[in-house]
Design a protein around this ligand. Structure first.
Ligand code: MG
Ligand code: MG
Ligand code: MG
Length: 305
């Protein structure tokens, strides 16, 4: 029986590439594994897949009775609905401890680094397995994406080291330039509907009794959103109502200015204001230096709920 490896809902590059890279390693180690995904690859991920000549993993959203490895998440809110009926053999992740439970012992590779693919690279080294050139290129891009070309406060020395080693294997000399090219692709927000944009990199979190959804868009120039704010708020309102969410937040991150415009719709906006010690104006506020949802947003929200 094959084992499936997949990342979180509304997958990002780390989730898609991680499913592929971890499956490759597991297969080399003699474990039959198939990479899958819980949703459509975003434009950045599709660009990377095309560039290095890979197909997207197959779409699979139900795993009852299957053996699985999770990569890049360990929250039930980011899992398939029937995850409780699957057997989790292992988790490779770089997020806070989630709320999933298992019946049996499992393999855990969880480290406070900037990207799951940094951990997968360390696993390749640990097992002394060679990484093919094109796979190395994709893993390198995943690290550049998750760490925002090393600018995110989540980036560690281990990420830069892994990225440089992967660039060498991939034969990419100027990996920062490639990272910039990738973020320009990511900044193309004009060909998507407001709803697609809010959902492009969207995660739900259960905090206390409240469901909080937090989306993030990382661009090289925030002015692309100037004419779009009303439409984004309308899409957020829809998601808030239909998902029974207490709050929907959207981070518009400017990777050059190194900060984020935070858009907020909440049943208790004061909790959001308290979390970041700010006052919202027109349901929004500029958060200087904030680039990471995981490190600079979620922990502060958790404390309020
Ligand atoms: Mg991710
Ligand atoms: Mg990640
Ligand atoms: Mg991210």
């Amino acid at each position: 029986m094959a084992t499936y490896i997949f990342g979180h809902t509304t997958p990002d590059t780390d989730s898609i590439v991680g499913a592929i890279s971890l499956s490759y390693l597991k297969n080399k180690l003699g474990e039959e594994c198939i990479p899958t995904r819980q949703g459509e690859p975003n434009p950045e991920t599709q660009w990377i897949l095309n560039k290095f000549g890979f197909e997207a993993p197959e779409l699979k959203t139900s795993y009852a009775g299957e053996n699985v490895y999770l990569i890049d998440f360990m929250e039930s809110s980011q899992s398939p609905d029937d995850i409780a009926e699957a057997t989790i053999l292992g988790i490779v992740d770089h997020h806070k401890l989630g709320d999933l439970k298992t019946d049996a012992p499992l393999e855990m590779w969880v480290r406070p680094v900037g990207c799951s693919n940094t951990i997968v690279k360390q696993m390749f080294d640990y097992y002394d397995v060679e990484i093919p050139k094109d796979l190395a290129g994709m893993m390198m891009c995943a690290i550049l994406s998750d760490t925002v070309i090393f600018k995110s406060p989540t980036c560690t020395k281990e990420d830069t080291k892994a990225c440089k080693e992967l660039a060498e294997i991939a034969g990419v000399e100027d990996y920062k330039a490639l990272g910039m090219e990738m973020f320009i692709v990511k900044s193309d927000v004009l060909n998507a509907t407001p709803r697609e944009l809010v959902l492009r990199d969207f995660k739900d979190f259960n905090m206390g009794d409240s469901k909080i959804g937090v989306g993030q868009l990382e661009v090289v120039d925030l002015s692309v959103f100037d004419t779009m704010k009303e439409d984004l708020f309308a899409a957020m309102k829809e998601l808030k109502e239909e998902g029974g969410r207490h709050s929907v937040l959207l981070l518009l991150t400017d990777i050059m200015q190194e900060g984020s415009q935070l858009l907020v719709l909440s049943d208790e906006a004061d909790k959001i204001e308290n979390a970041f010690d700010v006052k919202l104006e027109d349901n929004q506020v500029w958060l200087k230096g904030v680039m990471s949802r995981k490190k600079q947003i979620i922990p502060f929200l958790e404390k309020q709920f």
